[in-house]
Write a protein that binds this ligand. Structure first.
Ligand SMILES: C[S@@+](CC[C@H](N)C(=O)[O-])C[C@H]1O[C@@H](n2cnc3c(N)ncnc32)[C@H](O)[C@@H]1O
Length: 388
């Protein structure tokens, strides 16, 4: 049964649709429904076949969720939903607002006028509505020749079941590469993958710069294992990736050629990550992206009475040492003039080794900050290792 017309609800629908149109809508949650079999409904903006649509999800008491895509007649469709709920929360990039109808029928809205003011302003923070199909967001599709040659996908570009996590990992890493490419020169890139193993990442990075961005690149990959280096050389040859070079060496002894634009490393075991970071920094790498692997060193050497309440529990000791090791690595890089951050590489369900350390060489050297980070690094080291 249709409710009596309400100016407040009508103005809220207009506001909601304006937010949607201007790409500022995050979602709207509809609670206290008239329908007795419903718990709540949520509307989220999505992109389908290049068009912005509203996706309605109705959560019912039988634990099911029903999806309806609203592609046109937005006002009419929204009217039905707005009028059949007594509480509506709209969440947007410009702020949130809430509509409430009391049992006696009194209606209140809070937060709407602030949003309206911002909507009339010059700079509004807009969103890129996403498709539900997550695969579409990936940089690589699966059909790339190098993925087939490396055994990640089959001839039809379908990702092999056991390589799904690797495929997601490579794509995620490429997103990080995309986020730092503005710090790299626009041509003749010099990139290193230290502890490259089977070099999945190197092939992906090479493909990204050479074939997606059209940038000329020299990609050098180093690992201790002679057989994997030989295998990678063969794959690169078959692909015609002639800007790739593979070296069988201990990264400790390996000499890098300047200029070093980017150093990447994925899961270099234990202190091999520290060697990678030191090497990259010593050679003045512009950007470093490194995902650490296992952390054993500090777990064996920590000697700190104040942290004994944690370190006496072996599992917590390991977690603490993991976090301390990566934080110390970042602090050290900060003391060497880098802007640093620790980010999530991939879903922790895929691998627990999912942190990516990102370091970008500062253009303007802040001597004050460098000095402070160096002092802090030495102090923390002393504290953790019980050094006098
Ligand atoms: C866990 S694997 C990771 C390989 C690859 N980056 C990946 O993610 O698929 C670690 C690699 O580091 C290499 N490695 C460890 N210490 C090294 C060192 N000092 N110099 C060169 N390679 C090293 C190992 O041979 C191994 O291939």
């Amino acid at each position: 049964m249709k409710k009596i017309k309400s100016e407040k609800i009508d103005s809220l629908i207009h506001l909601f649709l304006e937010l949607f149109e201007k790409k500022c809508l995050k979602k709207a949650v509809f609670s206290r429904p008239d329908a007795t079999d419903e718990i709540k409904s949520v509307i989220t903006p999505k992109k389908i076949a290049g068009n912005d649509i509203l996706q309605l999800e109705i959560f019912s008491k039988d634990n099911k969720a029903y999806h309806i895509n609203i592609k046109n007649d937005f006002y009419k469709e929204c009217e039905q939903i707005f009028y059949s709920h007594s509480q509506i929360n709209i969440i947007s990039t410009l702020g949130d607002c809430q509509f409430m109808r009391s049992k006696g029928g009194r209606e209140t809205i809070i937060g709407d006028s602030k949003i309206r003011d911002k909507l009339t302003g010059n700079s509004i923070d807009s969103l890129d509505y996403q498709s539900n199909n997550k695969e579409k967001k990936y940089i690589l599709s699966g059909g790339e020749d190098f993925l087939k040659k490396l055994g990640i996908s089959d001839e039809n570009g379908r990702i092999h079941d056991k390589m799904q996590a690797k495929f997601r990992q490579i794509n995620k890493f490429l997103e990080h590469i995309k986020s730092i490419e503005k710090y790299l020169p626009s041509d003749n890139l010099n990139i290193y993958d230290l502890c490259c193993g089977k070099s999945y990442l190197s092939f992906a990075v090479y493909h990204y710069f050479k074939y997606i961005k059209g940038i000329s690149i020299s990609m050098r990959c180093v690992d201790l294992k002679a057989d994997v280096i030989e295998y990678c050389e063969g794959v690169a040859k078959r692909l015609g990736f002639d800007g790739m070079e593979f070296t069988c060496a201990d990264i400790n002894a390996y000499k890098m050629d300047a200029p070093v634009h980017l150093v990447i490393s994925l899961h270099a075991c234990d202190i091999a990550t520290d060697i990678v970071l030191n090497k990259a920094s010593e050679n003045g790498a512009r950007v470093i992206l490194s995902t650490p692997c296992c952390h054993h060193e500090l777990n064996h050497t920590i000697n700190c009475d104040s942290l004994e309440f944690v370190t006496k529990h072996s599992m917590l000791r390991q977690k603490l040492c993991d976090a301390l090791t990566d934080s110390l690595r970042l602090l050290k890089l900060e003391g060497e003039g880098y802007e640093v951050s620790a980010l999530e590489l991939i879903d922790p369900e895929d691998t627990p080794k999912n942190i990516i350390l990102k370091a970008i060489k500062r253009d303007n050297i802040n001597f004050e900050k460098i000095k402070k980070s160096r002092e802090e690094y030495l102090l923390v080291r002393k504290f953790l290792l019980g050094e006098k």
